[in-house]
Design a protein around this ligand. Sequence first.
Ligand code: ADP
Ligand code: ASP
Ligand code: MG
Length: 414
Amino acid sequence: MALIVQKFGGTSVGSVDRIRNVARRAVATRKQGHSVVVVVSAMAGETDRLLKLAAQVSTTPDEREVDVLLATGEQVSIALLALAIRDMGHEARSFLGHQVQIRTDSAHGSARIQGIDAQPVLDTLAVGGIVVIAGFQGVDEHGAITTLGRGGSDLSAVAVAAALHADVCEIYTDVDGIYTADPNICEKARKIDRICADEMLELASLGAKVLQTRSVEFAMKYKVPLHCRSSFHDGEGSWVVPEVEAMEGAVVTGVAYDRNTAKLTVMHVPDVPGTVAGMFRPLADADINVDVIIQNTAQDGRTDVTFTVPRSQAQKAIALTEAAARQLGCGKVLADSHVAKVSVVGAGMRSQPGVALRMFTAMGEAGINIQLISTSEIKISCVIDDRFTELAVRVLHDAFELDRPPGQLRESQD
Ligand code: ADP
Ligand code: ASP
Ligand code: MG
């Protein structure tokens, strides 16, 4: 008998029929003799709807109150799921974040999990009940409701699985698993049966929202086996594993894109020590994550600095950067919110040269202009005009022949 944590995302609980479907699956797993903990998201679209409501009543919504509001989405789905399970004749109990005691820090909207009190869950499991837990939410030391950031139910599920030493954490979603690219925009995308955690972490942080970035990090840290699969059928999905053997030749594993990107350029920055630090300090203080950064070679003691920030924080970033630029004696600040970042990811890049050239050639042949480039050991990212995002994903998928099953790979892709 295993202990299984099953997480269902918004689409998977998006209607009454789908909630019944989730209930049937949880009950079937329980009937096989396993202990079952289900973590659910809010019904599809609900979190966005609540955010819009908050924006209608406040121009600068208070973060604590926004969390109180957002947490209601998951409260509805746990109650409905527990009711549906009980209607099928099985014991089930729902728990909000503060009832399970998913303890977090007080960073409303992006709280970090500090601990979980597994006892209420264990008590329900001990009497054969199915436990239903609200994803995405926790409670801070003052008793205030917190949320974990968009897509945070994945993290809740992994954290619960880690706390309970579960045998597996199953992430049920609206696609069949983890693909070589978003299957909703790239029809040649291929399901990856086993993906190494390093690559999954990179893909997630570069925009592949099939798994939330911090959930992958957490799973790596606590060695939680992750199985990402469809909520609509029983087929095997994708496993995130510590290492993938026998993958020689696969230089690139996947393509990701991120439209939540905006580009800022500060002109005529004085080329003296401390200026760039002065420019980025206010952004860091405002918790704005600066991503790709390019500084040109200085001419006549001045240079230009270009960087990207999340598009959702662009307005705030522009205001802060303009103020800093004035103070530091820089020139104008130019902003462009119509950009996106496309990336190729693969652990095989560590040992194989020529990947960047192949990427740039493919983009060039498709007429896609590259605005910024950034690389790390296992990824290359390009910032481009966001009108070309989908084209770029498909072109790169073709360029690295990602539709080929691993068994058919040639020894070298060059
Ligand atoms: P859930 O509501 O179940 O958490 P999400 O919408 O957060 O689901 O994540 C699933 C979506 O992730 C898919 O519908 C797909 O469009 C998108 N996606 C992006 N990149 C990938 C990828 N590499 N593999 C699979 N899905 C991906
Ligand atoms: N409901 C939350 C969101 O939409 C959490 C989640 O779905 O994982 O971001
Ligand atoms: Mg999600």
